[in-house]
Write a protein that binds this ligand. Structure first.
Ligand code: FES
Ligand SMILES: [Fe+2]
Length: 379
């Protein structure tokens, strides 16, 4: 019965799913609830896109390493003695043990990486340096057993990897985004991460991205946010691989009328909210010297981890920082409830495709079409 209702929705009169997405209908609910789809997305999206893994200050000098994970793939990122960054699958070439083992510190300093199983030892550029007993094996050549490397690249202090060995450089995905972020007040090179909070949301990762990509819900669901940002003059702009939302700060008279508000004082007069395909965002709020980064990590088909990092310039005082974080956390808590409600609704079986309000939700269409195209690439 539920299926019949869903299939009679107007969206299904479109010739193909692609057509219906273009017209402003959403991805079908099943794309948010089906475990097989989720596995497909991991293979076709997350193994072929630039994934944020950390900050360059986690690898401060030659001899630094850190572990990371993208989907099911464990990684180790290193900075070699010459200062170059490398990323490797965190798997020993001998018999497959994890190299930086679970339980070891996630970041550290070492001249080499040594496997805890039989002590094969690797240089930080991934080459195998020594393997006990190697000299007794006549046809064994250390050069044949370097760690499996994956592309690594940076945007300022932000480190990204790509599990696709043939990935185009990160700069091609970023396009104009670094310049737009700098102009919006995010001099990333001079900012430091001071806080990080993780949220476990009971919703598919696309529900979380969808929620990020529009402010149609802001006046309804984020009273604090809309006390600061004028959502009546909000703009949304889509680019090839990212989209940007900009909203000016309300006049100071309106801001000061709200006593619960983060006191945004400084040279930055607009909020700047950038989403980068597929699961990364960078935000600049009005005021001074703040950047917040959201990293949406798909855990299961209906669970997503949101890691929220707060970066500030040194000129931001501790009380400003605390006010700012409290303000953002309120918005986040409100969004968690909204996303979990959507996930429950999508799972009822009564809902197939929703209808976007394109004047305010066009960035969802852009995102959902990228998802569709990634899944159907090559067909
Ligand atoms: S599995 Fe790593 S040394 Fe044997
Ligand atoms: Fe929201």
């Amino acid at each position: 019965m539920a299926t019949t209702r869903a299939r009679t929705s107007k969206a299904r009169t479109a010739e193909t799913l692609d057509d219906s997405l273009r017209q402003g209908y959403t991805l079908p609910a099943e794309w948010y609830t089906d475990a097989a789809r989720f596995r497909d997305e991991r293979a076709r999206i997350f193994r072929h896109t630039w994934q944020f893994v950390g900050y360059s200050d986690q690898l401060p000098e030659g001899g630094s390493y850190m572990s990371a994970r993208v989907g099911d793939t464990p990684l180790v990122i290193t900075r070699d003695q010459a200062g170059a960054l490398h990323a490797f699958v965190n798997v020993c070439r001998h018999r497959g043990s994890e190299l930086v083992a679970q339980g070891q510190p996630e970041c550290g300093q070492s001249k080499t990486l040594q496997c805890a199983y039989h002590a094969w030892t690797y240089n930080l550029d991934g080459t195998l340096r020594a393997a006990p007993g190697a000299k007794d094996e006549p046809d064994f050549d250390l050069r044949d057993y370097s760690l499996f490397a994956v592309p690594v690249d940076t945007w300022g202090p932000l480190i990204f990897i790509n599990l696709d060995p043939h990935a185009a450089p990160l700069a091609e995905t970023l396009g104009a985004l670094p310049e737009l972020a700098r102009a919006a007040g995010a001099p990333l090179a001079t900012m430091r991460r001071r806080a990080s909070h993780t949220y476990d949301i009971g919703a598919n990762w696309k529900v979380v991205v969808d929620n990020y990509l529009e402010c149609y819900h802001c006046p309804v669901a984020h009273k604090g946010f809309t006390s600061l940002i004028d959502t009546s003059e909000y703009t949304v702009q889509e680019y090839d691989w990212f989209s940007v939302q900009v909203g000016a700060m309300k006049s100071s008279a309106q801001v000061e009328a709200n006593p619960n508000l983060y006191a945004a004082r400084g040279e930055i007069a607009s909020g700047f909210y950038a989403w980068l395909w597929p699961n990364f965002t960078l935000n600049v709020y009005p005021g001074h010297g703040n950047v917040s980064i959201n990293h949406f990590i798909p855990a299961t088909v209906d669970h997503t981890l949101v890691i929220k990092d707060y970066l500030f310039m040194d000129t931001v005082e501790a009380d400003e920082e605390a006010d700012f974080i409290r303000f953002i956390e309120q918005v986040q808590v409100e969004d968690v409830a909204l996303c979990e409600s959507v996930q429950r609704g999508l799972a009822t079986g009564y809902f197939d495709q929703g209808r976007l309000m394109l004047c305010q939700e066009s960035a969802l269409r852009h995102f959902q079409r990228l998802v569709y195209e990634a899944i159907h690439a090559g067909e």
